[in-house]
Design a protein around this ligand. Structure first.
Ligand code: SRM
Ligand code: SF4
Length: 575
């Protein structure tokens, strides 16, 4: 509990305090076939088990149709071919026949009815993956750079991501009891009655906690948006340690300036043998100092911002016996994936496939779901890697299989070259409608067509083929990391978006809000003059985000300041 806390703790804290096993009444409700959904309290417990209770927002006018979203815990996004087949089967049998690759290298099932929930989760566990801690006030899926092309040290970094995931996993016995055995945990048994998680304690964390690993110069996991980031320091293909980044996070709320996106501070360097100690130190600082009174102010980023980086660094050193030394030099140049076929550092081949908005599905002429399943069946040695850009990498492929895989994919309309235009290939969207209960506007369902429109506009202005990182979200929570994009559309209301500009290609700079509300049909009119100025005034090959950051945003800020000076706000009354 935060030492400065004076207000009462929020409701989630009371729930955790009263049932640290996190079992709620989940097994009892599961067994009751007359019920189609869980109670509000159980909704909170379910998150720790990797499940969100949702309802189909397209059908709300005719009543609530409950359905569940289940998120896998897939460290580093690495899956075997048999695991892929399991996930594909489960999406077909219990979900909406799509697999949703997430921005944190996982897979989500959407549209699962309560009746299918236990079977789905049991089968994920039988495939040796899990859903425990994919959500909830705990450490989430640990992510790690997936691309096998750059350095042999990637395998060590991946192994470290698995070690951290295991070290930070919650220990509750209820997950096994509910989902594997199918019975309510017996809370009257001493081991369960007195259960307290050895790392998290009785009330877990004040909020979610996210950990990621990257290997410069590629920032494909947007490392600075994580609570805890490990930036690999590699010399001669050897991992010599990590630069430590702390206090990143993107979530905010409209009209609440107390909430804001923040990029992490890099506070020091340490050797790999101290990895688990450092991870536990940062996590327990969040546990001990995070705000448990207000969930909108509970992430680690607010602790770092308000107590300061010097305090944070000293506290990590105090908890780790001073393992931090000076930050080592690093540089990031890109955040994107390497599309198409490439050779990995171990001599094998890998293929990165673009997945539009992360949604793997079959549509006429492009049966990506079937194609990937058949690859898994016919080439069982292929490793499936999910990328933080919502794509799929097929890795570990001998040269002899390359032609066969290319032909198999082509037979389902899936191309390996020129898979998408540069704008589509650099885009991401969160799910929003119809599954996300927090969505204020469309995102996944609207972005591809909007990108076509922006592409047309660029073509008209002679800017065709220029890469711009464009991301959209249905609300300000930031799930597709919009605040790092060169252009971001952040949902405010149906058909209305906040327009953010000025992120960079390396993922090291936050963008800023340029226009509070733009109506969807007016987006081209808003972008046209900006694109025209970019074309005429850019320095050399300056990217759109860099141009906005250098020219457009400072001008907009100066104009806003001048307007405020001309119309000062009335002084507050003293009476
Ligand atoms: Fe997220 C909540 C989807 C990555 C910040 N996120 C949600 C929920 C579960 C809505 C809810 O709470 O009811 C969304 C489910 C939608 C649906 O129907 O599937 C959701 N988030 C996603 C995914 C699937 C987006 C995607 O396009 O892939 C990503 C799943 C990642 C995973 O596999 O674990 C996802 N969410 C992120 C990221 C990006 C990241 O972590 O790299 C962020 C911003 C970074 C951060 O955490 O600060 C993010 N999600 C949020 C927030 C705001 C948190 C905050 O600090 O304020 C919420 C709302 C909340 O927690 O209350 C949220
Ligand atoms: Fe839902 Fe908002 Fe996240 Fe989009 S950004 S998935 S609308 S919570």
């Amino acid at each position: 509990m935060s030492e400065t806390q004076t207000a009462p703790v929020n409701k989630n804290e009371v729930l955790k305090q009263n049932d640290p096993t996190l079992s709620g009444a989940l097994a009892t409700t599961l067994a009751d076939t007359a019920l189609d959904h869980f109670s509000a309290d159980d909704e909170q417990f379910m998150k720790f088990h990797g499940i969100y209770q949702q309802d189909d927002r397209d059908l709300r006018k005719t009543g609530k149709k409950y359905m569940m979203m289940i998120r896998g815990r897939i460290p580093g996004g690495v899956m075997t071919a048999p695991q892929w087949i399991t996930f594909d089967d489960l999406a077909t049998q219990y979900g909406n026949n799509t697999l949703r690759v997430t921005t944190r290298q996982s897979i989500q099932f959407h549209g699962v009815l309560k009746s299918g929930l236990r079977a789905l989760i049991k089968k994920i566990n039988e495939s040796l993956l899990s859903t425990l801690a994919a959500c909830g006030d705990v450490n989430r899926n640990v992510t790690a750079s997936p691309t096998p092309a750059y350095t042999k040290a990637r395998e060590q970094v991946y192994a470290d991501s698995v070690r951290v995931m295991e070290a930070l996993a919650p220990q509750t016995p209820s997950y096994h009891s509910i989902w594997i055995e199918g019975v309510q945990l017996k809370l009257d048994e001493p081991a369960n009655k007195d259960f307290v998680d050895p790392l998290y304690g009785r009330t877990y964390l004040p909020r979610k906690f996210k950990v990621s690993f990257v290997i410069p110069p590629v920032n494909d996991m947007d490392i600075f948006t994580n609570d805890l980031g490990f930036i690999a320091v590699v010399e001669n293909d050897q991992l010599i340690g990590y630069n430590l980044a702390v206090g990143g996070g993107l979530g905010r709320s409209h009209n609440n300036v107390q909430t804001y996106p923040r990029i992490a501070d890099v506070v020091g360097f340490f050797r790999p043998e101290h990895l688990i100690d450092v991870a536990k130190a940062v996590l327990t600082i969040h546990r001990d100092f995070g705000d448990r009174t207000n969930r909108k102010h509970a992430r680690l980023k607010y602790v770092v911002e308000e107590r300061g980086v010097v305090w944070m660094t000293a506290e990590i050193n105090r908890r780790t016996n001073n393992v931090l030394s000076g930050v080592r030099r690093y540089e990031f140049t890109s955040t994107g994936d390497l599309y198409g076929w490439h050779r990995a550092v171990d001599g094998k081949m890998f293929l990165t496939l673009f997945v539009e908005t992360g949604r793997i599905k079959d549509v006429t002429g492009h049966a990506q779901k079937t194609a990937l399943r058949q690859v898994a069946e016919k080439f069982p040695g292929v490793e499936f890697r999910l990328s933080g850009n919502q794509n799929v990498i097929l890795a570990n492929i001998p040269d002899s299989d390359r032609a066969g895989i290319t032909a198999l994919l082509a037979s389902h309309g899936v191309k390996v070259d020129q898979q998408a235009s540069v704008l589509h290939a650099a885009s991401m969207a969160c799910p929003s409608m119809p599954t996300c209960g927090l969505g204020l506007a469309e995102s996944e369902r609207m972005l591809p067509a909007l990108i076509d429109r922006i592409e047309k506009l660029g073509g008209e202005l002679g800017l065709g083929g220029e890469e711009i990182i464009i991301r959209s979200t249905g609300c300000p929570n930031g799930c597709a990391r919009p605040y790092m994009a060169e252009i971001a559309f952040v949902g405010k209301a149906p058909g209305r978006y906040q327009l953010w500009l000025g992120g960079n290609a390396a993922g090291t700079r936050l963008n800023r809000v340029f226009k509070e509300t733009v109506k969807d049909p007016e987006i081209e009119a808003e972008l046209r003059p900006l694109f025209a100025r970019w074309k005429n005034e850019r320095v050399a090959t300056e990217r759109f985000g860099d141009f906005c950051s250098r020219v457009i945003l400072p001008e907009a800020q100066a104009a806003a300041a001048a307007a405020a000076a001309a119309n000062p706000a009335p002084a507050p009354s003293t009476s």
